[in-house]
Design a protein around this ligand. Sequence first.
Ligand code: TXA
Ligand code: MG
Length: 317
Amino acid sequence: MAEIGKDLDKAKALLEAGKLVAVPTETVYGLAANALDVSSVTKIFAAKNRPHFDPLIVHVPDRDTVNKYVQEIPSKAISLMKEFWPGPITFLLAKKKSIPDLVTSGLDRVGIRCPNHQLTHALLKSLSFPLAAPSANPFGYVSPTKPEHVNEQLGNKIDYILDGGECNIGIESTIIGFENDIPMIHRVGGLSVEKIELIVGDVQVQTQSVSNPQAPGQLQSHYAPGKILKIGNIDELLHENRNTRVGVLSFQKRYAGDFIEKQIVLSPVGDVNEAAQKLFSALRELDKSSVEIILTETVPDFGLGRAINDRLRRASA
Ligand code: TXA
Ligand code: MG
């Protein structure tokens, strides 16, 4: 198992030595390494069992640093950075040569993000290089929102987990690119489409491509627990699965049925932000329990609800 602690000097020394460190962000925990060093980045792909065609997001301490790694920043991106950074939005921007091709899987654009977490911000500030960091889970599985989640799955492959507590947004960043100045969302995430549109006007959302090798986070089956997850009308699903040990993951309502072995309500008050924060923990808990199948439903499709529904659909695919 990896050591879990708050020692920034230790995290810094390990990263400078080319090692992997799991770091907290406001969205999910990341598995970080020196983004400018190919042999360090290679370790990320190995630890996660991640295919090399799936590019990594590069994390920076502030907006000014971005210019070192990208050729230009479109004006709409600058407006969004000013409004939402540090925060849960990742920009796809034309990369400079300093970013190794391995990081972007050979693509011309690099994903760049400035995370909003005090510990990781201090770490990024102290380093002379940015951090490449995918979510700290084995490829295709649910992202981690607590240090223990990282330890359970990757504890024997990494040296240190920086303990920043539970992530307060709980769902991965929104990914946005710009084609001819038109904003295009490639992954719905921790910053809602509505908030982005308030700043830059209409955006396109392109997250349905099921086989696009450029963004495997958009693969149809992703973010998935090990157990079968069925999404739909929970009353109907309960009826169909009444001879099974079922787990229920609902939005607001509690369901009745003596064959329900475990039930988690994401937000009894019906708040999509609270539901987003609890979603991945809840999926992990149900996955670890003795239920045979997990029944779930979509949540209201606005704000972070849209990202929740996206993850639930992929998890059930
Ligand atoms: O909130 C987050 O974004 C977290 C934290 C740790 O920052 N990171 C994260 O990374 O979710 P990851 O690797 O699990 O998901 C990143 C997604 C992948 O689906 C990847 O394909 C896409 O971003 N991506 C990264 N760089 C890209 C690029 N240059 N072009 C297209 N897609 C890219
Ligand atoms: Mg991931």
